[in-house]
Design a protein around this ligand. Structure first.
Ligand SMILES: *[C@@H]1O[C@H](CO)[C@@H](O)[C@H](O)[C@H]1NC(C)=O
Ligand SMILES: *[C@@H]1O[C@H](CO)[C@@H](O)[C@H](O)[C@H]1NC(C)=O
Length: 238
């Protein structure tokens, strides 16, 4: 009985996300739709959260959580490395807009999410001309991280290929928590934690660009895998 059930479930899941087929939670719009951008925007709004959980059958990895591994911050004043970096929250995004121009092969996705980055950190150097050093756990909460990705694509052998992209991002607020700053010196640690949180804007500019680039490229890579797995005429009906 239970073996039969397993078999049925396995079969059903395989059928649902067979390679070459659009997963059932993403419906295809029609190229002749007079408001195609609006149609795709709705598809992303409805199915994007599930997409972000990953689609193993199509080789698409999870974006929520997304594992970024080691992120090395490239800043002359500060040596900072994040290890075992995990970002959560991307899946609960809201779509602000999606625009596509099928003739030019250009599209723009604009979305917002509240995300949290957690990692083991190791840092030594200066932030806001104040000395800072330590190693321990880092948690960075970003409120309303707004990401805009503009990409170019073309159809090669029946599949969409992303030929390039530009991105930009913005946020309403960043909150930092670094444990074990200054080898656990509580007074120094609480002072610097307060200073960096009061001045989150220059601090995030100093330490985070590479983390955001890594997050955005993870999003683009998983979308590319979808385009590589499902033929263009199934992503966008003629
Ligand atoms: C498409 O839909 C959007 C959002 O509903 C609207 O703002 C826009 O005017 C529509 N465009 C056309 C060409 O109908
Ligand atoms: C992020 O969180 C804030 C407040 O906690 C909320 O107002 C906002 O709607 C959230 N944004 C998203 C994209 O969920």
């Amino acid at each position: 009985m239970s073996r039969l059930l397993c078999l049925a479930v396995a079969l059903c899941c395989t059928l649902e996300a067979r390679a070459g087929t659009l997963p059932s939670f993403l419906s295809a719009c029609s190229a002749s739709d007079p408001n195609l951008s609006r149609c795709v925007e709705k598809v992303i709004a409805v199915g994007g959260g599930k997409f972000a959980k990953g689609i193993p059958e199509l080789g698409i990895a999870s974006l929520d959580p997304v594992h970024l591994g080691r992120v090395v911050v490239d800043n002359p004043a500060l040596k900072l490395t994040f290890d075992d970096t995990v970002v959560t929250g991307l899946g609960d995004f809201i779509v602000n807009s999606f625009k596509i121009d099928t003739e030019k092969g250009k599209a723009t996705l604009d979305f917002t999410a509240n995300v949290t980055l957690k990692a083991n950190y190791d840092m030594d150097g200066q932030v806001l001309i104040l000395p800072i050093r330590g190693n321990g756990q880092a948690k960075i909460k970003i409120t309303n991280l707004n990401i805009v990705i503009k990409y170019d694509y073309k159809t090669v052998d029946g599949y969409w290929t992303v030929t390039g992209y530009e991105d930009s991002y913005n946020m309403d607020r960043a909150q930092f928590k670094f444990t074990n700053l200054f080898n656990g010196n509580k007074e120094l640690a609480s002072t610097i934690n307060r200073v960096i949180n009061d001045n989150w804007e220059p601090v995030i500019r100093d330490i985070a660009p590479v983390a955001f680039q890594t997050i955005i490229s993870a999003c683009v890579n998983e979308a590319k895998k979808l385009f590589a797995a499902v033929p263009a005429d199934r992503l966008l009906l003629p």
